[in-house]
Write a protein that binds this ligand. Sequence first.
Ligand SMILES: Nc1nc2c(ncn2[C@@H]2O[C@H](COP(=O)(O)OP(=O)(O)OP(=O)(O)O)[C@@H](O)[C@H]2O)c(=O)[nH]1
Ligand SMILES: [Mg+2]
Length: 333
Amino acid sequence: MKRQSLNVQDYVRGVESGDRAVLARAITLVESNRADHREMAHDMLDQLMPRTGSAIRLGITGVPGVGKSTFIEALGLHLINGLGLSVAVLAVDPSSSVRGGSILGDKTRMQRLSQETEAFIRPSPSQGSLGGVHRKTRESLLVCEAAGFDVVLVETVGVGQSETTVANMVDTFLVLMLAGAGDELQGIKKGILEVADILAINKADGENLSAADRARRDYKNALHLFTPRDAAWHPPVLTCSALESNGIEKVWDTVIEHRETLRASGAFSLRRAEQNQSWLWSLVEDELLQTFKANPDVQEELAMLVDPVRTGQINPTGAADRLLKIFFGTRDA
Ligand SMILES: Nc1nc2c(ncn2[C@@H]2O[C@H](COP(=O)(O)OP(=O)(O)OP(=O)(O)O)[C@@H](O)[C@H]2O)c(=O)[nH]1
Ligand SMILES: [Mg+2]
């Protein structure tokens, strides 16, 4: 059956009424790079904005295999069945652009959650992504919020710069860790700890239990070396088992505690204000870069410059200068 095309009003009304099919299509619209789609998405977001802002925005990161999807399934089920909340999950699948099919894998991993009527799971291929976050994840988050979800979870794989990007769009940033073999701290990434609000050592079950507890203490000590992101909040280190649904409630209670602490100190609204400001800048940067890369004269020159720059025959500084001159030259003409 051919899908009926929707206009901006259809999208807005569908999203506002919580229609899942329209919501899914609205996110596709937001992710699209087509000029007419971008314009429609812009109009739609403008109209949806007044309905955004009230969801609990939680970012979840961790290395591949740490158990993010399993954790989100366990947490999602707790939120829906235990607390009566509705949950949207935005998951960027890092491997899909390479292997072309693991989105399916993720759906089966969150199978029980995906069957809940109060859940909406949106895996996005990481094409067009910044180190594992889709360029439009923030916009998708707002669309989910406008659709009335109480909680929006954003999953990102803990590689590259994706963690800072996601930390910049959520209220609370949760980092899942593993009790590794050998030196617990060797895999620690400074960047990640600087933006973490809560750390949880996952897979604290079976034979791994005491190692997880040791790791918890080691991370706790390591965190003392960092200046906390907010003076009022020192990131706690917890343990949990996503597989056995153990410690998940405690993680959620800590999310709420973090939220309340930030609200009480005024840091919450400050964080959101700063996020809006950095969103503004990323939109401007994004638009500038797209226009630059789409410029035919720039493309032509770039094609000639790439090889000599790679082999060192042309200095990158000079090449960049040339491309920018061409770009601004064509725009002035
Ligand atoms: N023992 C144990 N295994 C777990 C736990 N959580 C996840 N796993 C297992 O670890 C493997 C990876 O889990 P995923 O949930 O797919 O991990 P992920 O972080 O989403 O992985 P990517 O999507 O590839 O980045 C699976 O085989 C899970 O069953 C846990 O708490 N305990
Ligand atoms: Mg996963």
